[in-house]
Design a protein around this ligand. Structure first.
Ligand code: ADP
Length: 522
């Protein structure tokens, strides 16, 4: 008997030791992943940033194509790193849900806004149905809810080629006092659908539908794994109903969501356009130990009135801040010698320079870092890789500026919108001929090219449609053809897909033009 007790005790101790070892290994894994992601993101910062800058300098279409590949692969890599980091943080229990008053209508509007162009380019409809009686302010984690909806929406758009994307939200009260509710949000699409044996699997990490060739749609298979875990962390459930070839509906139910008495904060800067910002003459101190990082920021603000001074560590930053009293300081965090935390602490303790706003430049997404940044008296922070728009937005919080209204800079039209071209006036009498060619020749051809996905066919189709565009002076078809030819030559499968999907919209524009001219003739 005694032996048995001793044995059990021993086994218990071993179990506890094993559990502790496993937990410590898991923590080590998460710390390793976080460090690695930091190490990868820093050079990616330079790669993406400089590719961004080159974009305006390179005009040769082939070179532009190469550059686009660098940019899109870089962005994919960054998404992958961020996803892996998210998942490892969730698994190591490091991700916390932070509840705050949130306005669901505002989030859905924002999503609508972000995806509207892609939806329009694919010629899809967008149906939104939000129950009017959902309270304006609910206690939710805004960042995570946005991430969930973003993933579901992104998938719906990606896997749908015709029809519509629907978003519907409603609430169910569980208690008489109406202090909390169950929130139901569904994202519906009329896309390719999911086979019954895949509906469970797709929620696992790195899993996609069996039949799906990764190359065709890209992606990593991490989005839904993260989404499911986030939903569960918010006391919710996610489910999917789908039929192959008909479409899918992903539904999330968040239980016991509290209704907040405090109104949700509304973002004022939604329509920020960095192209319009004209900074007045002022000085910025850029602190970073890596020269390319400093050069990148310098390049972004090269054509502005901002004068730049530089430091590669905390000590030098402090000395320059005291000597030149810059109007703003961009401060890297991790630097050899005095790091960004310490330098900022000393700046804020020095009465002469404490007023200078210090913006943290951080490459890390670790919670510890965010907390430390929050504790240190930074005035703002930017996550690397920094892009021009975020940089200008942050700088505009601290530096005086005016807004330009010059038409070419301030038009606010995106590339995709500019590409929607018209049939030139002198070709209007050829409209019926143009439409007939589109309907009888190009549209059926486009359908078969899209199904077969043969590079030679795609290139041939590109050649012919470019010639068609040239014949009738329709710039969009010329551009469309040019893009296809180039992408086919470079085997740029991912972008070929996106380009091909923009065809229906281009054809539709021409038909609309005819409808307009018929109406004006009547
Ligand atoms: P990814 O999209 O990066 O592959 P996800 O985890 O978001 O990763 O999705 C996993 C897989 O689930 C997708 O590759 C696809 O096979 C399937 N899937 C997700 N959403 C849809 C949808 N709306 N329609 C069809 N299939 C989908």
């Amino acid at each position: 008997m005694l032996n048995r007790v001793v044995e059990l005790q021993k086994a218990n101790e071993e179990l506890i030791r094993a559990k502790e070892a496993a937990e410590s290994a898991n923590r080590a894994k998460s710390a390793f992943l976080a460090t690695m992601s930091h190490e990868i993101r820093t050079p990616m910062n330079a790669v993406l940033g400089f590719a961004d800058l080159l974009h305006s300098l390179v005009t040769d279409p082939k070179q532009r194509g190469y550059l686009e590949s660098i940019r899109s692969s870089g962005k994919n890599l960054l998404t992958l790193i961020n996803d892996i980091l998210d998942l490892s943080k969730i698994e190591a229990g490091k991700m916390e849900i932070q509840y705050e008053p949130v306005n669901l209508y505002a989030i859905i509007n924002e999503i609508k806004h972000i995806f509207s162009l892609r939806i329009a380019e694919k010629g899809l409809d967008f149906r939104v149905e939000i129950a009017k009686d959902i309270p304006q302010s609910l206690l939710l984690d805004e960042v995570r809810l946005r991430q969930i909806l973003f993933n579901l929406f992104g998938n719906a758009v990606k896997f749908t080629h015709e029809g519509y994307i629907g978003l519907c939200a409603k609430k169910i009260y569980q208690h008489e006092d109406r202090s909390s509710l169950d929130l139901v949000i569904a994202v519906e699409d009329t896309g390719i659908g999911i086979s019954p044996d895949s509906t469970e699997k797709i929620f696992e990490a790195f899993k996609q539908q069996d039949s799906q060739t990764t190359r065709k749609f890209g992606g990593t298979g991490l989005g839904l794994a993260i989404t499911k875990r986030l939903v569960e962390m918010m006391r919710g459930k996610i489910s999917v109903k789908s039929e192959v070839g008909k479409g899918s509906t992903f539904e999330i139910v968040l239980h016991d969501v509290s209704v907040s008495a405090t109104p949700a904060r509304v973002k004022a800067e939604e329509n920020f356009d960095d192209e319009k910002i004209l900074f007045q003459p002022c000085t910025a101190l850029i602190v970073d130990d890596i020269e390319t990082n400093r050069n990148l920021v310098k390049e972004f603000i090269r054509d502005t009135n901002i004068r730049v001074i530089e430091a590669e560590n905390g000590e030098k930053a402090l000395a320059l801040a005291r000597e030149f009293k810059p109007d703003v300081i961009l401060m890297d965090i991790r630097m050899p010698g005095m790091d960004g935390y310490e330098a900022t602490k000393q700046i804020k303790q020095d009465k002469e320079i404490a007023h200078i706003p210090v913006v943290a430049l951080t490459a890390s997404g670790m919670k510890e870092d965010k907390e430390k940044i929050a504790r240190t008296k930074f005035d703002g922070f930017l996550i690397k890789p920094v892009n021009r728009s975020d940089l200008f937005k942050e700088l505009s919080r601290f530096l005086p500026y005016s807004e330009s209204t010059s038409p070419e800079k301030a038009s606010g039209t995106s590339e995709a919108q500019k590409q929607i071209g018209e049939v030139p006036a002198e070709m209007m009498d050829k409209l019926p001929e143009i439409i007939e060619k589109l309907e009888k020749e190009f549209t059926p051809w486009w359908k078969s090219v899209r199904e077969n996905n043969s590079i030679a066919d795609i290139q041939n189709f590109g050649d012919k449609i470019k010639a068609f565009g040239e014949q009738y002076g329709i710039v969009n078809f010329q551009k469309f053809g040019d893009n296809l030819i180039l992408q086919a030559k470079m085997f740029d499968i991912e972008n070929i897909g996106a380009t091909l999907e923009s065809y229906p919209k281009l054809a539709e524009k021409v038909r609309l033009r005819q409808a307009q001219s018929n109406r004006s003739e009547k």
